[in-house]
Design a protein around this ligand. Structure first.
Ligand code: SF4
Length: 385
């Protein structure tokens, strides 16, 4: 079988756990465009996408359907997991709900027999066994799946469950060996909260295990460890002097990404963040004191957010700019399917707030796709209506 994976800037890492299974069933083809798919005329083509990309994916699949006879289209990822029926109605033959690894072999066996089912449900079992060695390209090493917090705007807990599953240390180190064999001298990680690796409560860092992780990577010959920076981040309440001292000793990134989200205690409570504004200030202070610059995520236009809440967020940002070395990564709220706020309307972001965000952008203090996301929020709202 010819099995095509439709790669985009947003989903390259999502397919990595599947390549090992796919290889057993046929030729694995990487397609960067609809044109590539047409060229290779595959038996199956796999898409993985998030809600903001759904309209583009649907229009591409609709065009391809008219040109490819006999090709089956399979979707997975956060959007198909939340809305499998919509995805089938939009032209896909099959949808994988949840984690794909556990059901991928069954799906491929069924496809081989010509009996592909419309929906396959993956379950959140132990940490899935897969290796970067089976992937045609490299990527960050996945450390943790699942998150206990269930923030009302975020898909992680609703897609991967609330029980954080940590990849065993030996597996992480062996993934690093694969990267070294392929000529990569650095390692990055994927985790909802990198500091929760092997944490007992999902928040307090397990400093001893992290020390073993970092020293193990160094002993293997990894030259640069990037931890708590893209594509992962850390929660403010996980930041402690002890763990940051350890990071300063072993890690090469000079910037750490912290999820702050709001300066309004009321909004933090409504979102279910489980931390307060003081945790954010304390985390920034600790990180700065060990030489790390901090990139802070904030979300604007949250459901029920008032001008007073936004005023508190801007005041917090202003205070942090004045006291610390921070940058802000601004987001606009997106009503993501599968979350408790899937049907909630974004609060309007007043002009005076936008002016302030643009001013900080011009000063090089703030970045992020908040303008595009504000538009996308309205599109998602219409789609979910
Ligand atoms: S926003 Fe972060 S802490 Fe909240 S559920 Fe998502 S991954 Fe967990």
């Amino acid at each position: 079988m010819r099995l095509a994976f439709r790669l985009s800037r947003y989903n390259r890492y999502s397919f990595i756990p599947l390549f090992g299974f796919a290889r057993r069933f046929g030729e694995t083809l990487l397609c960067n465009s609809a044109h590539d798919i047409l060229e290779c005329s595959p038996h199956l083509v796999f898409y993985s996408f998030m809600s903001p990309h759904a309209p583009d994916v649907y229009s591409e699949v609709s065009r391809l359907r008219g040109m490819l006879k006999g090709t089956l289209f399979v979707a997975g990822g956060p959007h198909p997991t939340a809305l499998p029926n919509e995805v089938i109605e939009e032209g896909f033959d099959s949808v994988v709900v949840g984690e794909g690894e556990g059901v991928f072999v069954k799906l491929l066996e069924d496809a081989t027999k010509g009996r592909l089912k419309p929906v396959y449900r993956g379950s959140a079992g132990d940490f899935p066994l897969y290796s970067l060695a089976d992937s045609p390209y490299t990527g960050p090493v996945e450390l943790v799946r699942g998150c206990p917090f269930g923030c009302r705007y975020c898909q992680v807990s609703y897609m991967f469950g609330r029980r954080p599953r940590c990849r065993p240390l030996e597996q992480v180190l062996s993934e690093a060996e694969v990267l070294l064999e392929r000529g990569r001298r650095f390692v990055r990680f994927i985790a909802p909260n990198a500091l929760s690796y092997m944490s007992e409560d999902g928040v307090s860092p397990n400093v001893e295990v992290l020390r073993s992780l970092f020293s193990g990577l160094k002993a293997l010959g990894v030259e640069q460890i990037f931890f708590g920076s893209f594509p992962s981040e850390v929660r403010p309440d996980s930041v402690t002097p002890e763990v940051v001292e350890l990071m300063a000793q072993f890690c090469s990134n000079r910037r750490v990404v912290v999820g702050a989200q709001s300066g309004s205690p009321r909004m933090l409570e409504l979102m279910g963040r489980g931390h307060g504004v003081e945790d954010v200030k304390r985390a920034v202070e600790i990180l700065n004191s060990f030489g790390f610059e901090v990139s802070l995520d904030f979300i604007f236009g949250l459901p029920g957010e008032t001008e007073r809440d936004m005023e508190l967020t801007l005041a917090l940002i202003e205070e942090l700019y004045g006291r610390f070395r921070v940058r802000v990564h601004a987001h606009s709220f997106l009503p993501l399917p599968g979350t408790p706020w899937a049907k909630a309307s974004p609060a309007p972001i007043p002009k005076w707030v936008k002016r302030r965000l643009h001013m900080w952008e011009r000063q090089g203090l703030l970045d992020g796709n908040w303008v595009q996301q504000e538009r996308m929020g309205r599109v998602l709202c219409r789609m979910s209506a």
